[in-house]
Design a protein around this ligand. Structure first.
Ligand code: SF4
Length: 344
């Protein structure tokens, strides 16, 4: 019988002493929290300390150095758009809802690592204020559960929030941003599947944006969890991938990843250029390098299997596509159109 996810989660490695003991390493104390669930720790050990799993989830001395270098504590400008009630309202038609600071694993490159480890004000719970803000902003059509990882909430809590949001008529779409199906796959339990299935009928679209960076993250358990999610007919499965130096900054790795997740019913959605986060600067990739990698994807994958390549512009200017290889001068083209000079 599969162990309940709460039991697996309790056994996670949470301190540098536990990490050093489990992996036989000699890592120094870190300014950031540590959390590696047992099944992932086992896989990191099997794949080796220089594997892409280790690079993403095992603390490193580079991280200590990077915590003192340049890099922003709030790289995407969350604070500029924070609203009471654990909301970030950056784009007109959608808002992020941050009901938890807990994640199934702590990714060493996390863009919110400073905000999460400092338990920022943004995460203070007040659901009455959440509802009141949403009721007063009819332009918001989509709620994106983020955090932390929203699937670390209990099933009853998830159900409660969905129930409440379904009473707000202008909320048409719900999305969960989560890494749980990949890093703690037994989180996809029967209770969660039932809730997701039920609420696909209450909203026009219910989506999971699954965070995955490399095919090595997929094992039998992950595959089985994703296939269970795929079996929910009306549930939309999307992916989010962060481009990371020495992890996936290679066209073949990304090509394989997008083909592998496509087989499991997940549609590649975002390829994020890494954010300039303090403590994660060693994962930075130069934009021209990212553009070359992306150009190669355009040659080797069908268009519908290619995610949007975006950068979150610091200070909260939002996600911006950063691939424009031909440097098309849109303005001139539009002027011609306006003057009716284009002959088809
Ligand atoms: S799961 Fe997401 S929020 Fe949590 S540590 Fe990883 S990147 Fe950060």
């Amino acid at each position: 019988m599969t162990e309940a996810w709460q039991e697996s989660f309790k056994k996670s490695l949470k301190s540098i002493e536990q990490v050093n003991q489990f992996f036989g390493t000699n890592l120094p104390e870190l300014p950031y929290e540590i959390l590696i669930p047992p099944s992932l720790a086992k896989r990191i050990k099997e794949n080796g300390l220089d594997s892409v799993l280790a690079k993403q989830f095992l603390p490193s001395a580079e991280e200590v150095m990077s915590s003192q270098e340049i890099g922003l504590k709030d790289p995407i400008g969350d604070q500029n758009f924070a609203k009471q009630g654990q909301l970030i309202h950056r784009y007109k038609n959608r808002a992020l809802f941050l009901p938890t600071t807990i994640c199934p694993v702590i990714c060493r490159y996390c863009f919110r690592k400073n905000e999460l480890s400092e338990k920022d004000e943004i995460f203070k719970a007040n659901f009455e204020k959440t509802k009141s803000y949403l009721n007063n902003h009819q332009e918001i059509e989509e709620i994106i559960f983020s955090g932390g990882d929203p699937l670390m909430l209990s099933n009853s809590k998830i159900e409660f929030f969905l129930e409440e949001f379904s009473k707000i008529p202008h909320l048409r779409y719900i999305r969960f941003h989560t890494k749980a199906p990949v890093s703690l796959p037994n989180r996809v339990d029967q209770g969660l599947l039932k809730i997701l299935e039920r609420f696909t009928h209450h909203f026009e679209t219910l989506s999971l944006g699954i965070h995955i960076n490399h095919s090595e993250e997929i094992d039998e358990q992950v595959e089985s969890s994703l296939l269970k999610l795929r079996d929910i007919q009306r549930l939309q499965l999307l992916s989010q991938t962060v481009l990371l130096k020495n992890v996936n900054d290679c066209p073949h790795i990304l090509e394989n990843l997008f083909k592998d997740i496509n087989k499991l019913g997940v549609r590649p959605y975002y390829l994020h250029h890494p954010d300039k986060v303090r403590g994660g600067m060693h994962f930075q990739v130069d934009i021209p390098v990212g553009r070359k990698i992306f150009a190669s994807l355009r040659s080797n994958l069908p268009g519908w299997m290619i995610p949007q390549y975006v950068l979150d512009i610091p200070q909260g200017h939002g996600k911006t596509p950063i691939y424009n290889p031909e440097q098309i001068e849109f303005k001139g083209f539009l002027m011609d159109l306006n003057q009716d000079m284009i002959k088809l």
